[in-house]
Ligand binder design. Structure first.
Ligand code: FUB
Length: 450
């Protein structure tokens, strides 16, 4: 059963989000007030747009309890990869002319730009299973702007049965649609982006055992990278194969991300290059550890080796982007955690969207990378809870580990904001290490600088 079944938790969310408004959201997960999954990221000029699925919890979903339940799509965008704007719902199941308005089946989507129009591809169940055979098919909604409004086409794409659409446009202008249904399929699209231009083919040469889904194609230095989640063992991991043409043949190359160590059964991803850096967008059930059909999108940097193979991405909580010193820096979204005496937990397990805290026993530490300082910083503030008086030290993450501030505090049952004087007038980008130098157990919600 999911952890959040309590209506009060949902009612409190808008209030909680108002409290956070104005703070930058820099870490994983990227979206902190609703469940999001299956992120499809797209670069438009200086912004990254992300089109995820929108998981919700439905006690009963068309007779299948505790299953995926999605009724609409939101789009999010960011210019700095830290502050994500929710542009609101762009498509609801009730607005799909051919869709079943109560199927709760708005699974993983994709979006692509062509000649100034934005084509949004989404799976759904048809109103009448005879429309396109049984089960899922794929529709398109079109907009003049990446954030919509999107207008759904009257009919789904003919000749497609399945889920997880992905569209790729090659350098010669030919567009391809990929999707999954037991196998991964690919087909050429007509120039109108709404119809297949040829028969679908099964993309072979991928591992034959275990579910494969969620295809995502990209091209780099003339090579076609077909990437996809695959159940090689117990749950999905992200793999890739490389070919010389968009419909293969492909050579299996390896693993982009291992399966979740905590058992989230699905993973689903996209890969973009933004301002010279590649990023992997993926998902994990961060806010719903007890129910893996309520997921949250994440992003981490992705690197290529000299031979053009993809270096395996190790998921982080720290995520991507620079954090500003004035933001509430969530040390629990750490880059590293001391092995002894440091732990992460929800602030309130009955309200996961309130976020997490890091608890440090005496001598324990937590590290947070890439905080941007501006000249003139005087004070560090920390929201903490400590049953005993103690002292924290904030050190530079550099080798010399210089002390930037020491923060003494007295005992307090309640959460309280304490502060210390910052030494050395730091500027530029710093990694931070917070150490419980000689105190007893202390919990930290956030820190920031003034
Ligand atoms: O989100 C529902 C399904 O879970 C997606 O379509 C799959 O790719 C998996 O992430």
């Amino acid at each position: 059963m999911p952890k959040i079944t309590n209506l009060k938790s949902y009612l409190l969310l808008p209030l909680l989000f108002t409290i956070w408004a104005g703070t930058a959201l820099a870490q994983n997960p990227l979206v902190r007030d609703q469940f999001t999954a299956d992120p499809s990221a797209m670069v438009v000029g200086d912004r990254v747009y992300v089109y995820p699925s929108h998981d919700i919890y439905c006690a009963e979903n068309n007779g299948r309890e505790n299953w995926f339940c999605m009724q609409d799509y939101h789009v999010f965008s960011s210019e700095n990869l830290t502050e994500w704007t929710d542009h609101g719902a762009i498509l609801h199941q009730e607005d799909v002319p051919w869709g079943n308005p109560t199927a709760n089946s708005m699974w993983a989507p994709d979006c692509i730009e062509r000649n100034g129009k934005y084509y949004f591809y989404f799976p759904d169940h048809g109103k009448d299973s005879s429309i396109n055979g049984k089960g899922f098919t794929i529709g398109v909604a079109v907009a003049d702007h990446p954030e919509g409004p999107f207008v759904p086409e009257p009919q789904p794409i003919k000749g497609v049965k399945g889920i997880d659409p992905n569209v790729f446009i090659d350098d010669d202008g030919q567009a391809y649609l990929y999707w999954s249904q037991e196998h991964i399929y690919g087909a050429k699209l007509k120039g109108n982006m709404l119809e297949l231009a040829g028969d679908p083919v099964i993309l072979k040469e991928l591992p034959s055992e275990g579910l494969k889904e969620g295809p995502y194609m990209f091209k780099k230095d003339g090579a076609y990278y077909l990437t996809y989640p695959h159940v090689a063992n117990k749950t999905e991991r992200l793999e890739y194969a490389v070919g010389k043409s968009p419909l293969g043949p492909f050579d299996f190359k390896g693993v982009i991300m291992d399966e979740s160590p905590t058992g989230c059964w699905t993973n689903h991803h996209s890969i973009i290059q933004f301002k010279g850096q590649h990023y992997l967008f993926y998902h994990h059930n961060d806010y719903s550890p007890g129910f893996d059909k309520n997921r949250s999108i994440r992003a981490d940097s992705l690197f290529f080796e000299n031979d053009e193979s993809i270096r395996k991405v190790v998921p982080t909580l720290r995520g991507i982007g620079l954090t500003q010193m004035t933001d509430h820096i969530q040390m629990d979204r750490h880059s590293a955690l001391g092995e002894q005496g440091a732990s992460i937990a929800f602030l309130d397990p009955s309200q996961p969207f309130m976020g997490w805290k890091v608890t440090l026993a005496g001598g324990a530490w937590v590290k947070y990378n890439r905080v941007e300082f501006h000249q003139g910083v005087q004070t560090v503030r920390l929201r903490i809870q400590a049953k005993d008086a103690g002292k924290l030290a904030l050190r530079s993450g550099k080798e010399d580990g210089q002390v930037m501030a020491e923060i003494g505090y007295s005992e307090s049952e309640d959460w309280t904001v304490v502060q210390g004087k910052v030494k050395g007038n730091p500027s530029g980008i710093h990694d931070l290490v917070l150490v419980n130098e000689n105190g007893k157990r202390v919990a930290v919600d956030w820190i920031n600088f003034e």
